[in-house]
Design a protein around this ligand. Structure first.
Ligand SMILES: [Zn+2]
Length: 243
């Protein structure tokens, strides 16, 4: 996704654009340079942005899920190993009329259909079609998410990064809240995120354009996050590379 002001962002994305003309007034101001001293009265533009670490397409680091993972301090985004972020890509087609979270059985069935076995280091992307709602309020509420059981199964194949094309990796908040009101259980709020306290993994949220990749596997995937000190997530340019 492009980072931009959007009805689908839970917190405002603010971009202040400083034009070339404004740049001419700012850049040399303390050196007595005037606007006219620059070619065409224009210097350099720049921008100031105010966003969260989870704006746009981003990678969630283990420290987002909890302070401790697998018994040790959870990795923040700048500590995520580079080798996790480049590998063989796999796209699981999970577009369905069922609006419940993607299950382990669904994933196993899909892998059997396409004849693929997940191996350690694969980067697994889940295509639910939810990116079609980007720009609308429904983007927050109408998506599937992934079950904790399915997440556990994928991670236990040696996968460190799982991506999804929806607002979040767990089901929508209103659904988790309904389940909480029925069960009063601490197991139902962000279960796949919280699973990341037991087993180390990262998730990419808010992918898009997965339909443009012509094959479910047989491509490389690159998803290096921007390093920001002590943060639990980082903006990520996710690219499928087909030779
Ligand atoms: Zn996130």
């Amino acid at each position: 996704l492009t980072i931009e002001p959007s009805a689908s962002e839970p917190e405002p994305v603010e971009i202040e654009y400083i034009s070339h003309e404004q740049g001419a007034e700012i850049l040399g101001a303390d050196k007595n340079l005037k606007k006219e001293d620059f070619p065409d009265g224009m210097a350099l533009s720049h921008e100031r942005i105010k966003i969260t670490s989870h704006s746009g397409t981003h990678l969630d680091a283990p420290s987002h899920y909890g302070p401790v993972c697998e018994g040790t301090t959870a990795k923040t985004i700048e500590e995520v190993p580079l080798e996790w972020c480049y590998g063989d890509g796999l796209i699981i087609d999970a577009k369905s009329n069922d609006d419940g979270p993607v299950t382990k059985q669904e994933i196993i069935n899909y892998l059997n259909t396409v004849g693929y076995k997940i191996k350690p280091g694969d980067i697994v992307l889940i295509n639910t079609g939810a990116d079609q709602l980007w720009g609308t309020n429904e983007y927050f509420t109408d998506f599937r998410g992934v079950t904790k059981e399915a997440t556990d199964w994928i991670v236990k194949q040696g996968v460190k990064i799982i991506g999804i094309d929806s607002f979040g990796f767990d089901p929508p908040f209103h659904k988790m809240l309904d389940e909480f009101e029925q069960t009063n259980s601490t197991e139902v709020l962000w279960p796949a995120h919280v699973y990341g306290r037991q087993k180390e993994y990262c998730q990419i949220e808010r992918l898009c354009n997965l339909d443009n990749i012509p094959t479910p596997f047989g491509f490389k995937l690159s998803c290096f996050p921007i390093k920001v000190k002590d943060c639990g997530a980082g903006w990520t340019r996710v690219v499928a590379i087909l030779e």
